[in-house]
Design a protein around this ligand. Structure first.
Ligand code: HEM
Ligand SMILES: [Cu+2]
Length: 568
């Protein structure tokens, strides 16, 4: 705390004799301002999103036209293919979903929505981003070493990941583990701030049940991350030892146990899904209440459910290991816990539908994204039930059915959730309104092809097509589906082309969009009570809170919103 106060004062009023003018380095590179760190995370994450998407483009081209040169890449060898798939998955989860949904939105929103001038530990916050940037550089470097990038799958199962004679890229593989480890450290440091700031630095009057849901979700996500990642960090160190020092924690030839890694990985890996899901669910709550002009249905239920989901998420991990040789009685236990966890998630979706019910709905671009999140994520959730049932999973395991299922969860989270939040808070971030027509063109141009890519992949999976395979034309019973693969790749090309509309929209709206004003959406939460974009220190005078965040269309009031800081 002590750290943040002088900082906020100094920055807000610029009354320090010696550094009036911040240099480029102070302002953009070494800033401790939460808004700048948010932007650093946002743009690094988005840039990595382009890298991950380029990888998807490359390997989907290979799948559609095996052996042809891919424009912009060239010939895809089997080793390239494995490295592309592995790093696509790794990047999308750890370098896109995490930095954008968790770090960027947490950094931007927490101080602004709870009414304080910055994170409580601004220097730790800056360190978090710097370590994250370092992790990014290490990961990218790993693509260029001898042997190329790591190709053993984003889950890095040993013995493949542990032994150079199997993975053929000793350095690429070690750098991959180190990069992921550094990324974890960055988010441990971030989480300290997200939780502590929310608990300790709220504006006067803001009680626990007055905190906007998105902030709660970020706190829950941070807790889940910090509780689940420890064992995997230990595991990662053991894996690096296996790779470099000749230990054999996971090496069956010398008495080690490769399934131990699977337990460590998925004990983290499953909660990790909720780590990125929670912020996206929270963003959706903020948007649908504003554009339905309704109070969030059952605020407390949503909150308690989210905590319950968090606890349950630690009990389901072995549903990823049904065919790893675990005892079938154990598989039954994990089937039951997995089916249980679908209940609270379904409940949250129903709560959202109840919030929309009878509301005065305006279909702005952020609202379209939020509604799409609900619809598409439901498909991801429902198809998960098939995989959670251990009997069915014996067939589906490692097929494109799994792949389509988890893209129907991750894509709504990482891509739809990001676009929802970004288009909703763009006016606050940059002081300008985004162009709605371009926003809608981008929305439809993304959401329709998204479904056209992944629905065919469910079909391929049900037909028995396994994932992580370079060329399917050699499998007689799968060769006949080549048209389906070409179709999915074409849909991807269309979707990627429409992303140009988004970047164009950002650029022209940022340069010459309509001025946003403080509160363009007539919203209740505190970030809308300060200027757009907020200056250093966020408010001239910190706000006081009088009520919860979702008082829309309150009977007896003239206006249909009731900001949290307005006395009555
Ligand atoms: C841009 C659209 C996307 C397309 C077309 C796409 C396509 C694919 C395909 C075809 C594979 C499997 C390749 C194979 O097994 O041979 C794959 C793997 C994967 N994708 Fe995506 N993906 C996209 C976006 C995303 C996003 C947004 C995420 C997560 C936030 C994600 C996470 C993953 C993961 C974790 C894997 C598994 C990697 C592995 O098997 O090790 N993808 N993707
Ligand atoms: Cu799981």
């Amino acid at each position: 705390m002590a750290e943040s106060i002088p900082h906020g004062v100094d920055a807000a009023h610029d009354d320090h004799g010696d550094h009036h003018q911040q240099s480029f380095w102070q302002k953009y590179i070494f800033s401790t301002d939460h808004k700048m760190i948010a932007m650093q995370y946002m743009f690094t994450g988005m840039a990595m999103g382009l890298v991950g998407a380029f990888m998807a483009y490359t390997f989907r081209m290979q799948l559609a036209f095996p052996g042809d040169l891919v424009p912009g890449f060239g010939l895809v060898t089997p080793a390239n293919y494995n490295a592309l798939v592995t790093n696509h998955g790794t990047i999308m989860i750890f370098w896109v979903a995490m930095p954008v949904l968790l770090a960027a939105f947490a950094n931007f929103l927490i101080p602004l929505m709870i009414g304080c001038d910055d994170m409580v530990f601004p220097k730790i916050n800056r360190l978090s981003y710097q370590i994250f940037l370092l992790s990014t550089i290490v990961l990218i470097a790993s693509f260029f070493v001898e042997g190329g990038g790591f190709g053993g799958g984003w889950t890095a199962y040993p013995p493949l990941s542990g032994k150079p004679i199997y993975n053929l890229t000793p350095l690429g593989c070690t750098l991959w583990v180190i990069a992921v480890g550094l990324e974890f450290i960055a988010f441990l440091l971030g989480g300290i701030n997200f939780i502590t700031t929310t608990m300790n630095a709220r504006a006067p009057g803001m009680k626990l049940y007055d905190i906007p849901i998105v902030i709660w979700m970020i706190v829950i996500a941070s807790i889940l991350f910090m509780l689940s990642v420890g064992p995997l960090i230990a595991g990662a160190i053991m894996l690096v030892f296996d790779q470099t020092l000749g230990t054999a924690f996971f090496d069956p030839d010398k008495g080690g146990d490769p399934v131990l890694w699977q337990h460590l990985f998925w004990f983290f890996g499953h909660p990790e899904v909720y780590v990125v899901l929670m912020p996206a669910i929270g963003i959706t709550a903020e948007i649908i209440t504003v554009f339905a002009r309704k109070k969030l249905f059952a605020y407390k239920t949503v909150l308690h459910t989210a905590f319950g989901t968090g606890v349950l998420s630690f009990t389901v991990w072995a549903h990823h290991q049904f065919i790893s040789g675990i005892d079938p009685r154990m598989a039954n236990v994990f089937t039951v816990t997995t089916l249980l966890i679908s209940i609270p998630i379904a409940e949250m979706m129903f709560v959202y539908i109840a919030t929309l019910y009878g509301g005065a709905i305006t279909l702005t671009t952020p609202m379209l994204w939020a509604l799409a999140f609900i619809a598409e994520f439901l498909i991801g959730g429902v198809t998960g039930i098939f995989l959670g049932a251990s009997g069915a999973d014996i067939y589906f395991h490692d097929t494109y059915f799994v792949l389509a299922h988890f893209h129907y969860t991750f894509y709504p989270i990482a891509i739809i959730g990001t676009f929802a939040g970004f288009t909703f808070w763009f006016p606050k971030m940059f002081g300008k309104m985004m162009n709605e027509t371009l926003g809608k063109i981008h929305f439809w141009g993304t959401i329709i092809p998204f479904n056209l890519i992944f629905i065919p992949l469910f079909v391929l999976g049900a037909a028995g097509q396994h994932r992580r395979i370079y060329d399917y034309t050699g499998f007689p019973e799968l060769a006949k589906y080549q048209d389906v693969r070409v179709f999915a790749t074409m849909a991807l090309l269309v979707m990627l082309a429409f992303q140009l509309v988004f970047f164009y929209n950002c650029l022209i709206s940022w340069r010459s969009g309509k001025k946003a004003g403080n509160n363009p959406w007539n919203s209740n939460t505190l970030e809308w009570t300060t200027s757009s974009p907020p200056g250093h220190g966020n408010w001239k005078e910190l706000p006081t809170v009088y009520r919860g965040p979702y008082e829309y269309s309150t009977p007896g009031r003239e206006e249909d919103f009731w900001p949290q800081n307005v006395p009555n």
